[in-house]
Design a protein. Structure first.
Length: 523
């Protein structure tokens, strides 16, 4: 595997990679050179300098993974990578401790007025009474967003003997309990907290999450810290509050506009500011390099990295448990795609039994789509680009679940329809993938190898005629299954044969009396 490291990253990451791949370190590579050479690489590692644009991605025919040694991926066109089936990974956990420590630093600086006191002493002043502060001990910390960073801030604040209350509507109560914090609504958190710290992503929901109304609820001597993203606090509202002594103080590492231009906030003494450096430590950079190098190594070894941004990821143990159903999903997708006439327009997937409770069904749906699309497309479809390609091809996907799995632990049902055909399948895993129902016929079929399906009228001799036709062309039948709705009604024959059934043989079978369809499948 050939890997390009296009921005300077910590040497430890490069050393780890060198053990398993050919590494080209070119940290001065120009955008034009990258477009010209990207075709030879299977992995690229960048930090912030290199932009992995759509133009680069379109030329990246061998690329499997784009690794950003940091948190944000603003310099990577994730959409273009997804369309091309390339994984994008980052190292979100690399900065958690670093940002949490900076948050603590900002908190202490704000409550003890360290920055302005420092400035005053350097101006040869000695204003001992001007900088009266408050302790953190016994104060209430209000945490907005209890993810990687929020939780690290909480555990550090416990050392300062602070109580923590948390607003995070996405955090299950049970998890909060395990973390030793109390969950509450935003209003209560803002009302009770002496120090509020923000650790949510910037989303339409969190834009100006803290504005006039929220500041009004806070204690008049409360402090607020934002080391998350600019725009979560409404800066106009914050300025009005700070300049009217509605708040004790604030500390910001991030701004609505970066760098802040002509911001009135910067004229105030009761605010501490840093230039978006909460994540900037040697350790965070080292860890980011090591984390993404390990992600690339995982891909080299054929595994799945854990921080993939454009694909659902499960841990190894969960994946091992799901593996038989992943295999079944691919088979069912491929089976349905090869046995239907015309282009699939609608795909209905139902997870039954234990699988109906599985939170990772998305992985199975992506695998089914992979199975559906691969037989009909030239370019390989993978778990990453399967949903995008299905959408581009106008396939409407409906997913459902039911606890009824007809005595099996789990089954997967698929119904596909095109303009002129409809196929439904149901499969399960019984130590191996099994198809248990095709359309309305109960069967027991192992979806593997060269297969042949014929639909015909259930009359005496029909099976023999079809078998004879295959025999005439020297096609040996390994396993035969037949099913019918009612005696003398419509029937289906599923064969496992020793070689691919050529298309002219399929045509000949279709032309037989009483046969109304015949397809060959490669599974
Ligand atoms: P995370 O994804 O681990 O945690 C985010 C938490 O916010 C989650 O628990 C989520 O449930 C919660 N959340 C999401 N929407 C919410 C909402 N509307 N209300 C309340 N809670 C909500 O993220 P993280 O790694 O802890 O990062 C937190 C923030 O820090 C992000 O904005 C990230 O961009 C920022 N960050 C800043 C720097 C910096 O240099 N200043 C560096 C790294 C991360």
């Amino acid at each position: 595997m050939k890997v390009i490291v296009a921005d300077s990253i910590n040497q430890k990451g490069i050393d780890n990679l060198k053990e398993v791949a050919e590494i080209i370190v070119d940290t001065n590579i120009s955008p034009e050179e990258l477009v010209d050479t990207i075709g030879q690489y299977e992995a690229i590692i960048v930090r912030s300098r290199t932009k992995v644009t759509r133009e680069v991605i379109e030329r990246a025919d061998k690329l499997k993974i784009i690794a950003r040694a940091g948190v944000g991926v603003d310099n990577v066109d994730v959409e273009a990578a997804t369309e091309k089936g390339i994984m994008v990974v980052n190292a979100p956990e690399s900065t958690s401790i670093t940002v949490a420590e900076h948050t603590l630093g900002m908190m202490l600086t704000a409550v003890r007025k360290i920055a302005i006191a420092d400035k005053s002493v350097k101006e040869n002043k000695w204003e001992k009474t001007r900088f009266m502060g408050v302790e953190l001990r016994n104060k209430t910390l209000g945490v907005v967003g209890m993810g990687r960073i929020g939780s690290q801030v909480v555990s550090r604040c416990k050392a300062f003997e602070m109580d923590a209350i948390v607003y995070d509507p996405y955090l299950p109560k049970k998890v909060a309990k395990q973390m030793g914090v109390e969950l509450d609504d935003l209003e209560t958190v803002l009302k009770k907290a002496d120090v509020i710290t923000i650790h949510v992503p910037l989303t339409p929901e969190t834009k100006h999450l803290i504005s006039n109304k929220e500041i009004d609820i806070m204690k008049d001597d409360a402090f607020i810290v934002n080391c998350a993203r600019g725009g979560i606090i409404d800066e106009e509202a914050l300025y009005n509050a700070l300049s009217n002594d509605k708040l004790g103080g604030a500390a910001l590492d991030v701004y609505e506009e970066e760098p802040p231009k002509n911001s009135k906030l910067l004229t105030l003494d009761n605010i501490v500011v840093t230039p978006h450096i909460a994540a900037s430590t040697k350790e965070a950079q080292r860890d980011a390099a090591i984390i993404v190098a390990n992600e690339v190594i995982e891909v080299i070894k054929g595994g799945t990295p854990k921080n993939v941004l454009n694909m659902p990821v499960v841990d190894q143990k969960t994946y091992e448990k799901m593996k038989p159903y992943v295999k079944l999903s691919k088979k069912l997708g491929s089976f349905v795609s090869q046995s239907i006439t015309g282009q699939i327009k609608e795909l209905e997937i139902v997870y039954c039994g234990e699988l109906s409770e599985n939170p990772n069904q998305n992985i199975l749906t992506r695998t089914i789509l992979q199975g559906v699309l691969n037989p009909v497309l030239n370019d390989p479809v993978n778990m990453i680009n399967a949903p995008t390609i299905a959408k581009e091809r106008g396939i409407t996907i409906t997913e459902g679940k039911t606890c009824n799995s007809k005595g099996y632990d789990s089954t997967i049902k698929i119904r596909a329809s095109s303009d002129n055909d409809e196929v439904s399948l149901e499969g399960t895993d019984l130590y191996e993938s099994k198809v248990i129902k095709i359309n309305n016929y109960w069967v027991d079929v192992k979806p593997e190898g060269h297969m042949f399906i014929a639909k015909y009228n259930d009359i005496p001799g029909a099976i023999g005629t079809i078998g004879t036709k295959l025999g005439e062309r020297n096609i040996n039948i390994g396993i035969m299954q037949v099913g019918r709705d009612i005696a003398g009604g419509r029937a289906i024959m599923i064969l496992t044969v020793d070689q691919k059934v050529p298309s002219d043989v399929l045509e000949e079978v279709k032309n037989l009396d009483n046969v109304f369809d015949a397809v060959g499948l490669e599974l």
